[in-house]
Design a protein around this ligand. Structure first.
Ligand code: SAM
Length: 218
């Protein structure tokens, strides 16, 4: 597979402007902003659409899926409060942009995607860019039991309810960030595991994600 990855002053400048846009929209975490400023989002776009890459919009990536809006990626990343070396499960790899941001924040990332074509593309593109998470193909609505427990779990597709199985795969002190709602809109929910069967839930802003499809989802 031949890739043409060029990151010159035009793309770098556009990335800096995107960081300023996200700051204005309320993203404050300096490390998250630095990560957004570093990861070349245009590498996930066909060259014809590079001009779209640094607009704060979601964009189609094939298979009826999207690369998430930068604001959404920054928002979920900020909520996760990642510390270097933490073990993070990401459900919904898609093109892998969020994965790169998590890795820039120092996470060891386990990422799972259910669409084979996206998975096949991402397992080639990310290592080419220098990112080497643990990739999995399958239904992430059940988590990945074999590698649990995790310090953090992020779900990047909209779920009808919070799958209990994901809560079981968190460490005590661990955090789940998941959009929950109907197919039209979801509330961002954070759930902190404070004891073996004890959780603190916070319901935040409204977003619109593609659906989480699977055994414990739609
Ligand atoms: N994280 C991506 C990014 O950085 O732009 C965006 C992901 S996209 C909004 C949501 C992804 O979740 C899609 O690629 C979709 O195929 C995937 N997905 C949906 N249900 C899933 C499931 N049960 N397990 C794994 N992936 C799933």
């Amino acid at each position: 597979m031949a890739y043409k990855f060029i990151d010159n002053y035009r793309e770098k400048g556009a990335r800096k402007r995107l960081v300023e846009v996200l700051k204005k929209k309320g993203i404050e975490d300096e490390q998250v902003l630095q990560a957004i400023g570093k990861v070349p989002r245009h590498y996930f776009f066909d060259e014809t659409f590079w001009v779209q890459a640094y607009k704060d919009i979601a964009f189609p990536i094939g298979e009826g899926q999207t690369i998430s809006q930068p604001y959404t990626v920054a928002y979920q990343s900020e909520l996760l409060h990642i510390h270097k070396g933490q073990k993070v499960l990401e459900i919904g790899t898609g093109c892998g942009y969020q994965t790169c941001i998590l890795m820039e924040l120092g996470a060891e990332v386990y990422t799972i995607e259910r669409q084979e074509k996206l998975y096949e593309r991402t397992i080639q593109v990310l290592p080419y860019m220098g990112y080497r998470p643990h990739f999995f193909l399958g239904d992430g609505s059940k988590g990945i039991e074999a590698h649990a427990p995790y310090d953090k779990i992020i779900v990047t597709a909209g779920a009808p309810t919070v799958p209990d199985v994901l809560l079981r795969q968190l460490n005590i002190g661990g955090l789940l960030v998941i959009p929950v709602g109907n197919e039209q809109e979801q509330k961002m929910v954070t759930i902190l595991k404070v004891g073996e069967n004890d959780y603190e839930k916070v319901v935040l802003d409204t977003f619109r994600f593609v659906p989480l499809v699977g055994d414990k989802a739609w």
